[in-house]
Design a protein around this ligand. Structure first.
Ligand code: 8YV
Length: 325
């Protein structure tokens, strides 16, 4: 008799190569229509499942995790961020939680640089002018933006993505400042200026890039008080989590000209983003595309599967198990 394959619920429609491997190795419950599950629907869909492969939009609150069927032994999220999962609640039920670090570092740092450049160089306004047939020709004062080369970039959160962002910015001869829970070793720091207190970094930021995870400590970290510490005319970039920014404060600073521009790929409460952003010409906005390359999304899926296979097929620890922060 052949052993039953562990059953895995895929909460989203994942890339074809990822779903093919999922279906080959597990009894896969797929979601080809990519319908979104709320908590109760997710609990119902997980009936009889050994594990759940989810993504960042799936809110796994303590309540939802507590209500999951006892058969669920693992939650593998198709993301590096895992603030959508109550990891402590999962641990209480003996559920292993894994994420997908490393594989989306470059793609996300690329989008961070795109946001930085797009915001600084008024790409949003230029595209709009051209596509609405309002470009009447070149003019000496048209769409003058903020110069990037040689400016100071402050990075909040110097993990993998922050470091990859710094490497890209160095090619623009930017001077890197950073703040991180721990100071990096010199070979990783590469001459960047460390600020033990992130508030002390703000005065040195012509550009501020948020690359820190969403935690209770970073919730609405970019607020009115901190924006006031940035040099006038600086640019804020966020490719981490929308909740790290106080939208009201950022929008007010963009409106008043206190900040020159913002480049944002992530939003609090996305996809229902603050209405104020739509009215701002100086906000370069993307719909959470940080990891959206074929190679990266496949790598994320394979990394989630590496974890599922280790735990469910080989009875080994999850290589990317995460703990409650
Ligand atoms: C993912 C991300 O695409 O991995 C993350 O944490 O923010 C994104 O790049 C998304 O979260 C999918 O789950």
């Amino acid at each position: 008799m052949t052993a039953r394959k562990p059953r895995v619920l895929a909460t989203r429609h994942f890339p074809p190569d990822v779903e093919a491997r999922l279906a080959a190795n597990f009894d896969a419950v797929l979601n080809p229509d990519d319908r979104l599950f709320d908590g109760p629907a997710l609990v119902a869909a997980a009936a009889g499942c050994d594990a759940i492969m989810c993504a960042a939009g799936d809110v796994m609150s303590a309540e939802t995790v507590a209500a999951l069927p006892a058969s669920v032994r693992m939650i593998a999220t198709f993301s590096v961020g895992y603030e959508h999962i109550d990891v402590a609640a999962a641990a209480r039920k003996g559920i292993v939680v894994s994420n997908t670090p490393d594989v989306l570092t470059d793609a996300t740092a690329d989008i961070a640089m795109l946001c930085l450049l797009g915001a600084a160089r008024r790409a949003q306004e230029g595209i709009q002018m051209l596509r609405t047939h309002n470009w009447v020709g070149w003019s000496p004062t048209q769409l003058m933006g903020v110069h990037v080369t040689g400016k100071r970039l402050g990075i909040l959160g110097m993990g993998r993505i922050g470091q990859a962002m710094a490497d890209r910015a160095r090619a623009f001869r930017m001077q890197i400042h950073y703040s991180n829970r721990t100071r990096l070793a010199p070979d990783l720091e590469k001459g960047a200026v460390f600020h033990a207190d992130p508030d002390d970094m703000l005065a040195h930021c012509d550009f501020l890039s948020i690359n820190a995870p969403m935690t209770p400590a970073t919730r609405k970290w970019v607020n009115a008080e901190r924006i006031a510490k940035l040099p006038k005319g600086s640019v804020v970039v966020n490719t981490a989590r929308g909740g790290v920014v106080d939208d009201e404060a950022l929008i007010a600073a963009l409106k008043s000209g206190r900040l020159a521009a913002a480049g944002l790929d992530v939003f609090d409460g996305e996809p229902k983003i603050h209405q104020g952003y739509y009215d701002l010409a100086n906000a370069f906005l993307l719909p959470h595309m940080g990891s959206a390359t074929v190679e990266t999304r496949n790598a994320m899926g394979f990394r989630a599967l590496d974890n599922l296979e280790a735990v469910l097929l080989r009875k080994q620890p999850a290589p990317d198990a995460v703990k409650a922060s």
